[in-house]
Every structure is written in C-alpha cells, then in structure tokens.
Design a binder for this molecule. Structure first.
Ligand code: URA
Length: 210
C-alpha cells in the first residue's frame, strides 16, 4: 500500500522541476520536461501494483515470470493540464485505458464546474490513476475522484507534479483512501488559488496560452 503522500525526491525529478518552475523556460522545453518527468513519476505511482506470474518459455526453459495482475490500468486526465502528464505515462503503459474529466475552475468561487466526463468501463476491476499537474485547492481533484467512485472505481491513486498543503489536506479529508504521488509540496496558495512558489498556470505554460 502506498503512503497517503509520496514526494518523489529523486535528483532527476527535482532538477527537471526546477527548470520547469523557471519563468524563462520556453513552452517547448516545459512540455518536453513534463513528458520526461511524467515517466519518472509514473514509475513511483505504479509501485506496489498487484502482481501475478505468467507461464512463459525463455529460449532456455519454461518459467513463471512476474506480470501485473488484473485488468488494464485506467488513466484519468483532468482536462486540460492533465494531458501533459498523460502523454508521457502512456508511453510507459501503452495499453492503459484512458478517461477524461473536464472541469474548469470558476475564477470567483474557485469551485470546479464539470463540462465533460468520459470514463473507461469496469472501473471497479481496475487500478485508476488520476493525473493533474497541480494539486492546488484540491477542489477539482476531489470532484474528479468523486465522479470515479460514483462510476465504481475502488482502487484510485492521484498523480501530480506540485501540491499545496491545502490541497493535500482537502484530499486527505475527503478521499483518505487515495494515495497522492507528487514531485514537491510547495508553501501555500495565493489569493487566486495559485500554488506559491509554484510554476504558474500549468496549462498555459504547456500549451503556450495566456
Ligand atoms: N493550477 C495551475 O495551473 N497552477 C496553480 O498554481 C494552481 C492551479
């Protein structure tokens, strides 16, 4: 079982994250780094997946070799920034099923408003990994995970790049069964709900919008 919070302190992750935080890093570099870092984070979030063995034959002899048990993983991206993490993870787990939850943050209330939801079937039999680079207030993540649970998901993990203490606390309060894997925990949120020091708006930085 993963801890409720795992901070991936690996030097490669931390080094890449520092470049991503730098406001002078270009959109192209930001996107490339996010892809690279998502592979390293995926490695951690898939730790302790249930395993089984599969009978195979090597060129020398038969053996019972380790394999991931159960149905294909479900990766659930919270639009739109989640897609930046999703692309890299799919390179590592190409057979995963993919779902999307579209939520935007009302700029006044900071509450999530759902505009899209398409999830893989048989979620009750899959490990689901919800991806969103920024765990800020936690409102979107909590809402997305509630949707997954309504759809039957029982074994859920949450993967992000940066987390604020406020978002972690909100997740722990509402979904204590969902482990969080992140590259860093920052200081706090500012008045606009941005993570400080953070990296700005993850969607804008990866897609080059303002
Ligand atoms: N979403 C972002 O993209 N950045 C933040 O700092 C908080 C939420």
């Amino acid at each position: 079982m993963l801890d409720h919070l795992t901070v991936v302190s690996h030097p490669l992750v931390q080094h890449k994250l520092t470049i991503m935080r730098d406001k002078d890093t270009s959109t192209a570099s930001f996107r490339k780094l996010l892809r690279e870092i998502s592979l390293l984070l995926a490695y951690e979030v898939t730790r302790e997946l249930p395993m089984t063995t599969r009978r195979i034959e090597t060129p020398l002899q038969p053996m019972d070799a380790p394999a991931i048990e159960g149905k294909k993983l479900a990766l659930i991206s919270i639009l739109r920034a989640g897609n930046g993490l999703l692309d890299g993870i799919l390179e590592l787990i190409p057979a995963a099923r993919v779902g999307f939850v579209g939520l935007y943050r009302d700029p006044e209330t900071l509450q999530p408003v759902q505009y899209y939801c398409k999830l893989p079937d048989h979620l009750e039999d899959r490990v689901s990994i919800v991806v969103d680079p920024m765990l800020a207030t936690g409102n979107s993540s909590v809402a997305a995970i509630s949707l997954l649970k309504q759809a039957g998901a029982k074994n859920i993990r949450f993967l992000c790049l940066l987390a604020a203490p406020e978002g972690i606390a909100r997740m722990k309060e509402t979904h204590p069964d969902v482990p969080i894997v992140t590259a860093a925990v920052d200081n706090c949120l500012n008045d606009h709900g941005y993570i400080v020091p953070g990296l700005g708006d993850a969607g804008d930085r990866m897609f080059g919008t303002k």
